[in-house]
Design a protein around this ligand. Sequence first.
Ligand SMILES: [Zn+2]
Length: 379
Amino acid sequence: MKFSEIIGQEATKALLLDQHRQQRIPHAQMLCGPEGVGKFALALAYASYLLCEDPTPEGEPCGHCNGCHMTKALAHPDLHFVFPAYKGKGWPAERKAISADYLTQWREMVAASPYFDLTTWRSASGVESQRFHIGNGEADDIVQQLSLVSAQGGYKVVLVWLPEMMSEDCANKILKVLEEPPRQTIFLMVCNKPEMLLPTISSRLQRIDVPRLKTEEIRDALLSQQHGLSADDADFIASSADGSYLAALQQIKVSADTAEYFDMFTLLMRKCWMRDIKEMYAWADNIAKWPRQKQRDFLAYCQRLIRENFVYNFGLPALNHMSQKEAAFSRNFARFVNERNVIALTTLFDEAQRDIAQNVNSRMVYTDLAINIIVQLRA
Ligand SMILES: [Zn+2]
């Protein structure tokens, strides 16, 4: 990761490079700030720079030395990642999860984008749990890693993502190594909520505050990164992202999902109206393959559109909250949602949502749903 790949944050880049130039790199520091502003990207670029064998005079990792190849693959033996984890399904009760167990998933996620949050990481790790933390076992691993000589004879960097999720046990165990790390060892922590850090830890860290991004920086990044946005859309998304590039990316994802939900909803209604059973089965097959959470989001979307279409019939636009595309569909469709079937239709989507949440066979849920919709549309 190069500094030039990071959006904005020029002041923090300069500050980090200055530390190095003056040979005054604190052995333990943390980048603090709101989510999605690029703290992790900064830490990763800095680590890449420190581990590069031949950094450029402009202050970038060279990009082609041995060290750069390894950091690029997120597999440098002197770059140790620490992040929250939790054991997967079916793990023995006594076995604790540590970062090293999840390096493959971690590398894949970071390579996709250095802008992510805990939700992104949970879903990338494949472990659905609210109990992610940096536990006791992690401390043993850190101490053990640092007892080894640096593989390349240079710096050793420990990059800790979300130290605020460290257990007290773990924190106590690393205090000593944090206070007096082996020579040329650098702790770089990336923290969203410094107020949640244990005081024993935060007092040992030098703090760098990373500010929110400027709206123009987000807009320019969105436009240069091929999201297929018009200048107007990029402006709109950037101005509502509140300085977080991650928030902007998430908004693009939501718009893409909504467009897909709209297509699936209209397809279902058309096929049900035409009683096209073969196509209805194909629809059910298709949607049953989506991740469960996405299915639930889709069903919630359907419920909203049913309600919007019912309200559309009142002829009071102020009561409707639809996009242009949705409203255009309602011009012809709204009359099929009326006082005779609106409750029944809403209940159908309710029940489908409940069944999906309870892991009932998705394909069966959607075929039932479609058949019942046929009946209701003719009501
Ligand atoms: Zn290099």
